[in-house]
Write a protein that binds this ligand. Structure first.
Ligand code: PLP
Length: 397
């Protein structure tokens, strides 16, 4: 037996929604700015100008993929920061400008969104409506629009769910929301979608869109916020006024250069990457549903991320599944976690109406560019036995 980290045999990594390895080509794109191009992009001399050029180039490349203007791209420290800047920045600016004090979001957002909205409720007196989803985790655009009030500042609906992979009809949400109240801004957390599905800010028509480099083969610690020209946004970091005043702090040039390279690489071969991920995802879905009795697919059957296979396995608990998979050298993920001796069930599955007893056995397998058929074969070979062991431990435990 081997575990994900303790063996010389490379682990089978089926957790790309958690993070991705850094593409060696991305490392190569970063190294010149770690080694000799380490100048401060705000400096006027050649060292600084070189770093500034790298930043400008990265901004152009990211904007180009998104169909945006370079001036609409803000580099941040992570997806969480992008979500915070979008939500707090837009809510506070709207409050200052119009007295707006209401936010609409959904019950299945990542905590980077949910906890930010809750922070605004607790500390600044905002009110929030959390729109419910159906059994597949999808929101109804009409229900989102119905939640919009005259004093709504912002709507935040994620593009792809991190636990079950369900895609939200964001363009339809924007159309319905703007028809109800054209002043309302719409933000989408596209952190899971980045690098695997088309992201065109004109087609989506969102005002704000968050991305994170480490989900598409760039390193952790760098993110993007797209903010449509003219969007009122209150900066959350004050200081030297970098990033057009939206995000003070000396820019992380090597990481930004790496993010732009990774983003370009992903979108240069979007069809190929997506087709590869989808084929392996579908093998996982069919194999698990056939091989594991009482396993159900969670999330939408077709409107889902190309790389995401997620399940609820009745009578098993997610954490034990992960530990047993780890013993086989397979890295996976679960929405349920053991906390203070009891199993905490994912807020996403609960919001989808999955009974707690079943949601406890959640398992997420997410494929990536380097995932192979042999990886899928191995997972499908060991999972039924693991589930049987975990189920009998639950019964006797
Ligand atoms: N939003 C979603 C949907 C995510 O899946 C994640 C990370 O898993 C984040 C936001 C946070 O991104 P980061 O890890 O870059 O802070």
């Amino acid at each position: 037996m081997r575990t994900c980290l303790e063996s010389s045999v490379p682990p089978i990594y089926l957790d790309h929604a958690a993070t991705t390895p850094v593409d060696p080509r991305v490392v190569e794109a970063m190294l010149p700015y770690v080694r000799e191009g380490w100048g401060n992009p705000s400096s006027v001399y050649a060292h600084g100008r070189r770093a500034r050029r790298a930043l400008d180039d990265a901004r152009d490349r990211v904007a180009n993929v998104l169909g945006a203007r370079a001036s609409e791209i803000v580099f941040t420290g992570c997806g969480t920061e992008s979500d915070n800047l979008a939500i707090k920045g837009a809510a506070m600016a709207a409050r200052d400008l119009t007295g707006a004090r209401h936010i609409v979001t959904t019950t299945v957002e990542h905590h980077a969104v949910l906890h930010t909205v809750e922070w605004l409720q607790r500390h600044l007196g905002f009110e929030a409506t959390f729109v419910r989803v159906d059994g597949w985790g999808r929101v109804d655009p009409a229900a989102v629009a119905d939640a919009v009030r005259d004093d709504t500042a912002l709507v935040s609906v994620m593009l792809a769910n991190n636990e079950v992979g369900t895609l939200q009809p964001v363009a339809e949400v924007v159309a319905a929301v703007k028809a109800r109240n054209p002043r309302v801004l719409v933000h989408t957390d596209a952190v899971q979608a980045g690098g695997l599905i088309p992201l065109d800010v004109e087609a989506l028509n969102v005002d704000l869109l968050a991305l994170s480099g480490h989900k598409f083969y760039a390193p952790k610690g760098v993110g993007v916020l797209y903010a449509r020209r003219g969007t009122p946004l209150l900066a959350q970091l004050s200081g030297g006024g970098q990033e057009r005043g939206w995000r003070s702090g000396t820019e992380n040039v090597p990481y930004v250069a790496g993010l732009a390279e990774a983003f370009d690489l992903a979108y240069a071969d979007l069809e190929g990457r997506s087709a590869h991920a989808t084929r392996l995802r579908d093998r996982l879905i069919h194999g698990v549903l056939e091989g594991v009795p009482d396993a159900t697919l969670t999330g939408h059957p077709s409107e889902r991320m190309p790389n995401s296979a997620s399940f609820a396995i009745k009578g098993a608990d997610g954490e034990s599944l992960l530990l047993n998979l780890d013993q086989e050298g397979i890295c996976a993920s679960s929405g349920s976690a053991c906390s203070a001796g009891s199993i905490e069930v994912s807020h996403v599955l609960r919001a989808m109406g999955v009974p707690d007893a079943i949601a406890r056995g959640s398992l997420r397998l997410t494929t990536g560019s380097e995932t192979t058929d042999a990886d899928v074969d191995r997972l499908l070979a060991v999972l039924p036995g693991i589930v049987e062991r975990v189920r009998s431990a639950v019964l006797t435990g």
